[in-house]
Ligand binder design. Structure first.
Ligand SMILES: O=P(O)(O)OC[C@H]1O[C@](O)(COP(=O)(O)O)[C@@H](O)[C@@H]1O
Length: 397
């Protein structure tokens, strides 16, 4: 088992790999692998035909994430491009890990390991969370572009390098408590510029303050959904775009450019079992939309996976609302990155009263109610007086 874990953290040996496998190499490795399967595919077939924005200017295949970031589509600058290339590589490794037939031992809970944010047993980190955390940390270290990583898995932010221009906040593997049932999981990340005016402070202090920047200062955020497809969704501040991992080539390719969340959806996503702990306003709102008596005269449907990235991704694509009304999800590395993505897609992220991105974080693992979704659905929800669940009776499942 130990060698399996170490193998995941160590560099991949390159000898004897098939040509397409070289696409999995780290960005500072050898990407040029001669003729790949990717270049041999017939991209003119109707099934693979895409809009002009989805094709690269080069050989006519679909636009890859790194082409998108580097070649004028987003043109995010060298530092951010390099960091993203390392981060996406880390997420490919996590994707392989969560789908591996050998991960069952890794999914067993380690009650004695130090949970970052809570001592309750449901928050006890699992080895898979820890391995995902290590994979991301090691990718950020090797990028040379990260000053700080602040993670759900660590009590405090880690200072990586004085020279790193960027700060990364992350939940490395959300939803992992459901992984034994192969339910989708996800990585969430947000990226800020390093605050140079804090450079003179001690490392711990400047790491903390850099990680507690307001969501309005995000320069990019994203998630990777590990599901039937592995999808990396990202915003650099102008639009939200999703890329699907092509297992033939090992590349994330642009499949959902400029996602616009519908102004109205017909789906609400919440843990309904908590109905009797909800405040009156939230009960009334859900009762109303269920019956088709709200501002949108259609009966809403319920969907709830209980895996934040999966519930959010569906909401982004189909519209509606993804909610967790109790103080449970984390502002810094869950609510802020997802709010940045939904706003860049034309939607809204709020705690039920206040726009998430305008809330100043005061501690790394701060929790809050979270509502994300279509603009008109969110406005209707927020018109109800009380939607934040104040009691939190320690649910065990
Ligand atoms: O138990 P609830 O309130 O339905 O919360 C479920 C949410 O908690 C999460 O599992 C995250 O919480 P954990 O970090 O404690 O696993 C999300 O993936 C999910 O959306």
């Amino acid at each position: 088992m130990q060698s399996f874990v170490l193998g995941l953290l160590n560099p991949i040996p390159t000898s004897g790999l098939p040509s397409f496998a070289f696409r999995f190499l780290p960005p500072n490795g050898k990407f040029s692998s001669g003729v790949s399967l990717h270049s041999r595919m017939n991209w003119s077939s109707p099934a693979l035909r895409t809009s002009p924005m989805m094709t690269s200017s080069g050989f006519g295949g679909p636009l890859t994430l790194m082409e998108f970031a580097c070649k004028g589509n987003a043109d995010v600058g060298d530092d951010l491009s390099v960091l993203i290339s390392h981060l996406q590589y880390a997420c490919k490794r996590i994707a392989a890990l969560v789908a591996s037939p050998f991960n069952s031992e890794l999914t067993k809970t380690m009650p004695s390991a130090g949970a970052a944010s809570s001592s309750s047993s449901r928050d006890a980190p699992k080895p898979l969370d820890i391995v995902a955390n290590e994979i991301i940390l090691s990718s950020l270290r090797s990028s040379g572009k990260a000053a700080v990583m602040a993670s759900e898995e660590d009590d405090a932010p880690i200072w990586i390098s004085d020279d790193g221009p960027l700060v990364v906040v992350t939940d490395p593997l959300d939803g992992s408590r459901n992984i034994d049932a192969s339910i989708p999981t996800g990585t969430i990340f947000g990226i800020y510029n390093r605050l140079q005016e804090l450079d003179h402070l001690p490392k711990d202090e400047k790491a903390q303050l850099n990680a507690l920047q307001s969501g309005e200062k995000l320069v990019a955020s994203g998630y990777v959904l590990y599901s039937s497809a592995t999808i990396l969704c990202i915003s650099f501040g102008s639009g939200t775009h999703a890329f699907t991992l092509d297992h033939l080539t090992g590349e994330f390719v642009l499949t959902h450019p400029h996602i616009q969340i519908p102004r109205r959806g017909q789906i609400y996503s919440v843990n309904d079992a908590r109905y009797f702990d909800w405040p009156e306003g939230l009960r009334q709102y859900i009762d109303t939309i269920r019956q088709g008596k709200g501002q949108f005269p259609k009966k809403y449907s319920a969907r709830y996976i209980c895996s934040l990235v999966a519930d959010f991704h569906r909401t982004l694509i189909y519209g509606g609302l993804a909610m967790n009304p109790r103080d449970h999800l984390r502002l810094v590395y869950e609510a802020n990155p997802l709010s940045f993505l939904v706003e860049n897609a034309g939607g809204r992220g709020s705690d039920g009263k206040t726009r998430i991105l305008s809330i100043q974080p005061v501690e790394l693992h701060q929790r809050l109610p979270l509502f994300l979704g279509s603009l008109e659905d969110m406005q209707e929800l927020e018109s109800y007086d009380s939607v934040q669940q104040k009691i939190n009776p320690g649910y065990e499942v």
